[in-house]
Design a protein around this ligand. Structure first.
Ligand code: ZN
Length: 388
């Protein structure tokens, strides 16, 4: 009891520091390699081990090479590469491969000569990487959709992390006609990323761009490592009753689920890691615990507000199972600081909705509604000066 209390206090102090520092997992156990980013640059931190640890540039074409003393690549690192590739327009390719049996090599192909600032301290090499004059894509002022709406141009480049549920060995729910949840939610997420950019000038990245498995806590951790401002997980789950239909929006609850449906869905989503993730390392376990044991009240309130904006836009294109943002203990929503919402776009177990989910027009309509909800929420937060 006492130990738990002390630990919680330590974690809260730790999180206080994260508001100014992106290195939120630094304390206690030092990970082998950290790949993080803010709105301007990519940061990397790795243990020093002679010529196995290097960060340098190469020409023709311009590249940044990061050598890491590491024999296998943790999935969290490869997922991070997917995120930075989408986040920075000046990174055109991001790959990792073996350079020698003892050394992994990350190659970032960049649009122009990169600037690297590096330092060595306490047995670690840290480097920040940027391409001068080509920082993150310039933020476009949000499109004014109603005449009365006065929108202030954003001062900071906002980043929305879109999380298409499931993937790889975890198919998610499967409809009667053989529609896979993992495929339809990826498609909606890709439409959403595109709509946010073209209609609202909002930069978004996906936790996965392909059919790959990502543990739930990696998804949460990716959002933190790359300083996302919002997190939206997209699903299309099944239910035991095939008559049940409609979209639902969920925020985190610290005290159990609000309804039987919310309990059922959150339990089935949370069991994903236990079923499919047989590759949990000590480091991941630490990360898991750190992320999932924090005071959430303020973030939950903002998430509920975000959920309200999404629901009021979804209802224009599809009926809602419940018009109010529900609450349940979804693991993927347990971010200490980032407003996070999970949307069940429809029930794949319902015959009509399975058909709808497979249609590109419906996927696009749903993506548009989500994009509008994200845009109006961010505009409101800007006005309240909660965001840059
Ligand atoms: Zn799902």
């Amino acid at each position: 009891m006492t130990v738990n209390h002390a630990r919680r206090k330590w974690l809260l102090l730790g999180i206080g520091a994260t508001l100014t520092s992106p290195k939120i997992f630094a304390a206690q156990k030092i990970p082998a390699v950290e790949l993080t980013s803010n709105s301007q640059q990519v940061n990397v931190s790795l243990p020093i081990s002679g010529e196995h640890s290097r960060v340098f540039t190469m020409e023709n074409p311009p590249r940044v090479i990061i050598d890491i003393p590491m024999q296998s690549f943790p999935p969290s690192l490869t997922h991070s590469l997917v995120v930075i590739r989408q986040k920075f327009p000046w990174i055109t390719q991001a790959k990792i491969a073996h350079f020698t049996p003892q050394t992994a090599r990350i190659v970032l192909q960049v649009t122009a000569k990169a600037q690297i600032k590096q330092q060595k301290a306490a047995g670690r090499l840290t480097a920040s990487i940027t391409v001068p004059g080509a920082a993150m894509a310039a933020a476009v002022p949000a499109v004014v959709t109603r005449e009365t709406e006065h929108v202030q141009p954003p001062k900071k480049n906002l980043l929305v992390m879109i999380d298409p549920g499931h993937g790889g060995k975890d198919p998610g729910a499967i409809g009667n006609k053989g529609t896979y949840e993992k495929h339809v939610v990826l498609s909606i997420a890709q439409h959403l990323q595109h709509q946010l950019k073209t209609r609202h000038g909002i930069h978004a990245v996906l936790t996965r761009q392909d059919d790959v498995f990502i543990p739930l806590y990696h998804r949460v951790s990716l959002a933190h490592q790359h300083e996302a401002d919002l997190f939206l997980s997209i699903h299309a789950d099944g239910f035991t009753n095939d008559q049940v239909s409609g979209a639902s929006v969920f925020a985190l609850s610290e005290h159990g689920a609000g309804s039987a449906m919310a309990r059922y869905l959150s339990q089935s989503e949370n069991s994903v890691d236990a079923i499919y993730d047989n590759d949990v390392h000590t480091q991941d376990a630490y990360l898991k615990q750190t992320l999932f044991d924090l005071d959430q009240t303020e973030t939950i309130n903002r998430s509920l507000h975000f959920g309200h904006h999404l629901a009021s836009n979804i209802i224009r294109v599809h009926h809602m199972h419940n018009k109010h943002t529900e609450q349940a203990g979804f693991a993927v929503l347990k971010s200490p600081r980032i407003p996070s919402v999970l949307v069940e776009t429809s029930f794949i177990t319902n015959h009509q909705e399975e058909q709808l989910l497979g249609k590109p027009e419906f996927q696009l309509k749903m993506a548009n509604a989500l994009a509008d909800g994200i845009n109006t929420y961010l505009n409101e937060e800007r006005k309240e000066k909660l965001l840059g």
